[in-house]
Design a protein around this ligand. Structure first.
Ligand SMILES: NC(=O)N[C@H]1NC(=O)NC1=O
Length: 173
Protein backbone atom coordinates (compact mmCIF):
# COMPACT_ATOMS: atom_id res chain seq x y z
CA UNK A 1 0.00 0.00 0.00
CA UNK A 2 1.38 3.42 -0.88
CA UNK A 3 0.42 6.75 0.62
CA UNK A 4 -1.86 7.62 -2.32
CA UNK A 5 -3.88 4.48 -1.67
CA UNK A 6 -4.08 5.47 2.02
CA UNK A 7 -5.34 8.93 1.07
CA UNK A 8 -8.08 7.34 -1.05
CA UNK A 9 -9.45 5.20 1.79
CA UNK A 10 -12.92 5.91 3.09
CA UNK A 11 -13.27 6.69 6.76
CA UNK A 12 -14.49 3.14 7.48
CA UNK A 13 -11.66 1.54 5.51
CA UNK A 14 -9.06 3.77 7.16
CA UNK A 15 -10.28 2.97 10.67
CA UNK A 16 -10.49 -0.74 9.81
CA UNK A 17 -6.88 -0.78 8.70
CA UNK A 18 -5.29 1.70 11.13
CA UNK A 19 -7.73 1.56 14.05
CA UNK A 20 -5.43 -0.47 16.28
CA UNK A 21 -2.21 1.47 15.73
CA UNK A 22 -2.79 2.54 19.30
CA UNK A 23 -4.07 -0.47 21.21
CA UNK A 24 -7.89 -0.49 21.41
CA UNK A 25 -8.00 3.25 20.61
CA UNK A 26 -9.59 3.62 17.15
CA UNK A 27 -10.33 7.26 18.07
CA UNK A 28 -6.73 8.04 17.08
CA UNK A 29 -7.17 6.83 13.49
CA UNK A 30 -10.70 8.26 13.38
CA UNK A 31 -9.32 11.68 14.27
CA UNK A 32 -6.34 11.81 11.91
CA UNK A 33 -8.35 10.58 8.89
CA UNK A 34 -9.74 14.09 8.36
CA UNK A 35 -6.19 15.44 7.99
CA UNK A 36 -5.73 13.67 4.62
CA UNK A 37 -4.06 13.94 2.21
CA UNK A 38 -0.85 12.84 3.89
CA UNK A 39 2.30 13.62 1.91
CA UNK A 40 4.04 10.47 3.19
CA UNK A 41 3.82 7.77 5.82
CA UNK A 42 6.06 9.94 7.97
CA UNK A 43 3.39 12.65 7.80
CA UNK A 44 0.74 10.12 8.84
CA UNK A 45 2.92 8.99 11.73
CA UNK A 46 3.47 12.61 12.77
CA UNK A 47 -0.29 13.27 12.73
CA UNK A 48 -0.79 10.28 15.05
CA UNK A 49 1.99 11.38 17.39
CA UNK A 50 0.71 14.99 17.45
CA UNK A 51 -2.76 13.76 18.38
CA UNK A 52 -1.30 11.73 21.24
CA UNK A 53 0.97 14.55 22.43
CA UNK A 54 -1.88 17.05 22.52
CA UNK A 55 -4.10 14.89 24.72
CA UNK A 56 -4.57 16.17 28.24
CA UNK A 57 -3.03 14.15 31.06
CA UNK A 58 -6.29 12.22 31.56
CA UNK A 59 -6.36 11.31 27.84
CA UNK A 60 -2.76 10.08 27.94
CA UNK A 61 -3.56 7.98 30.99
CA UNK A 62 -6.66 6.68 29.19
CA UNK A 63 -4.52 5.51 26.27
CA UNK A 64 -2.18 3.71 28.64
CA UNK A 65 -5.14 2.05 30.40
CA UNK A 66 -6.25 0.51 27.09
CA UNK A 67 -3.11 -1.65 27.07
CA UNK A 68 -3.18 -5.22 28.33
CA UNK A 69 -0.72 -6.38 30.95
CA UNK A 70 2.46 -7.94 29.65
CA UNK A 71 2.32 -11.71 30.15
CA UNK A 72 -1.04 -11.20 31.82
CA UNK A 73 -4.37 -12.99 31.83
CA UNK A 74 -5.19 -12.02 28.21
CA UNK A 75 -2.02 -13.67 26.93
CA UNK A 76 -2.79 -16.83 28.92
CA UNK A 77 -6.43 -16.93 27.81
CA UNK A 78 -5.75 -16.07 24.16
CA UNK A 79 -7.83 -12.88 24.36
CA UNK A 80 -5.15 -10.37 23.30
CA UNK A 81 -5.53 -8.43 20.06
CA UNK A 82 -3.59 -10.05 17.22
CA UNK A 83 -1.04 -7.19 17.25
CA UNK A 84 -0.42 -7.41 20.97
CA UNK A 85 -0.11 -11.19 20.87
CA UNK A 86 2.55 -11.04 18.14
CA UNK A 87 4.47 -8.39 20.10
CA UNK A 88 4.34 -10.21 23.41
CA UNK A 89 5.37 -13.50 21.80
CA UNK A 90 8.25 -11.73 19.99
CA UNK A 91 9.58 -10.64 23.40
CA UNK A 92 9.33 -14.21 24.70
CA UNK A 93 6.55 -13.42 27.16
CA UNK A 94 4.65 -16.60 26.30
CA UNK A 95 7.62 -18.66 27.45
CA UNK A 96 8.42 -17.35 30.92
CA UNK A 97 9.73 -19.66 33.60
CA UNK A 98 7.54 -19.83 36.70
CA UNK A 99 9.87 -17.53 38.65
CA UNK A 100 9.92 -14.95 35.83
CA UNK A 101 6.14 -15.17 35.48
CA UNK A 102 5.52 -14.50 39.14
CA UNK A 103 8.08 -11.67 39.17
CA UNK A 104 6.34 -10.05 36.19
CA UNK A 105 2.92 -10.46 37.80
CA UNK A 106 4.18 -8.86 41.01
CA UNK A 107 5.80 -5.96 39.14
CA UNK A 108 2.69 -5.42 36.97
CA UNK A 109 0.61 -5.17 40.16
CA UNK A 110 3.08 -2.95 41.96
CA UNK A 111 3.30 -0.61 38.96
CA UNK A 112 -0.49 -0.35 38.58
CA UNK A 113 -0.88 0.24 42.30
CA UNK A 114 1.62 3.09 42.19
CA UNK A 115 0.56 4.83 38.94
CA UNK A 116 -3.05 3.79 38.33
CA UNK A 117 -2.35 2.54 34.79
CA UNK A 118 -0.53 -0.50 33.42
CA UNK A 119 3.16 -0.65 32.63
CA UNK A 120 3.58 -0.10 28.88
CA UNK A 121 6.71 -0.82 26.87
CA UNK A 122 7.32 -1.58 23.21
CA UNK A 123 7.70 -5.35 23.50
CA UNK A 124 9.14 -5.72 20.00
CA UNK A 125 12.10 -3.52 20.96
CA UNK A 126 12.80 -5.53 24.12
CA UNK A 127 13.06 -9.04 25.49
CA UNK A 128 11.86 -10.50 28.76
CA UNK A 129 15.08 -9.60 30.60
CA UNK A 130 15.07 -5.92 29.56
CA UNK A 131 11.32 -5.71 30.24
CA UNK A 132 11.77 -7.01 33.80
CA UNK A 133 14.67 -4.61 34.30
CA UNK A 134 12.67 -1.64 32.96
CA UNK A 135 9.67 -2.55 35.11
CA UNK A 136 11.82 -2.53 38.22
CA UNK A 137 13.46 0.79 37.32
CA UNK A 138 10.36 2.62 36.15
CA UNK A 139 8.44 1.68 39.30
CA UNK A 140 10.73 4.24 41.02
CA UNK A 141 9.77 7.16 38.73
CA UNK A 142 7.58 10.11 39.60
CA UNK A 143 4.01 9.69 38.24
CA UNK A 144 4.19 12.68 35.83
CA UNK A 145 7.41 11.39 34.30
CA UNK A 146 6.05 7.88 34.06
CA UNK A 147 3.00 8.98 32.05
CA UNK A 148 5.37 10.52 29.51
CA UNK A 149 7.61 7.42 29.47
CA UNK A 150 4.58 5.21 28.84
CA UNK A 151 3.35 7.51 26.07
CA UNK A 152 6.75 7.42 24.34
CA UNK A 153 6.42 3.61 24.32
CA UNK A 154 2.86 3.85 22.90
CA UNK A 155 4.30 5.90 20.01
CA UNK A 156 7.02 3.30 19.36
CA UNK A 157 4.41 0.50 19.33
CA UNK A 158 2.22 2.52 16.97
CA UNK A 159 5.14 3.27 14.63
CA UNK A 160 6.10 -0.43 14.35
CA UNK A 161 2.45 -1.39 13.78
CA UNK A 162 2.19 1.20 11.00
CA UNK A 163 5.35 -0.12 9.35
CA UNK A 164 4.06 -3.70 9.58
CA UNK A 165 0.85 -2.69 7.78
CA UNK A 166 2.78 -0.90 5.05
CA UNK A 167 5.13 -3.87 4.56
CA UNK A 168 2.42 -6.52 4.56
CA UNK A 169 0.34 -4.58 2.06
CA UNK A 170 3.19 -3.70 -0.29
CA UNK A 171 3.37 -6.17 -3.17
CA UNK A 172 6.81 -7.79 -3.64
CA UNK A 173 8.77 -6.51 -6.63
N1 LIG B 1 1.49 -3.37 28.51
C1 LIG B 1 2.13 -3.29 27.33
O1 LIG B 1 3.22 -2.74 27.21
N2 LIG B 1 1.50 -3.85 26.28
C2 LIG B 1 2.04 -3.90 25.04
N3 LIG B 1 3.33 -3.60 24.61
C3 LIG B 1 3.43 -4.00 23.34
O2 LIG B 1 4.45 -3.91 22.64
N4 LIG B 1 2.26 -4.54 22.92
C4 LIG B 1 1.36 -4.50 23.94
O3 LIG B 1 0.22 -4.90 23.98
Amino acid sequence: MDIRAVNDLSFEEFVNIFGNLVEKCPIVAATVWSQRPFGSFTALEKAINDFIDHLPQSGKEGLLRCHPDLAGRDLQRGTLTQESRVEQVAAGLDALGSEEASRMERLNDEYKQRFGFPFVICARMNDKATILHQMTERCQNEPALETLRGIEEVKKISSLRLHSIILVDTPRL
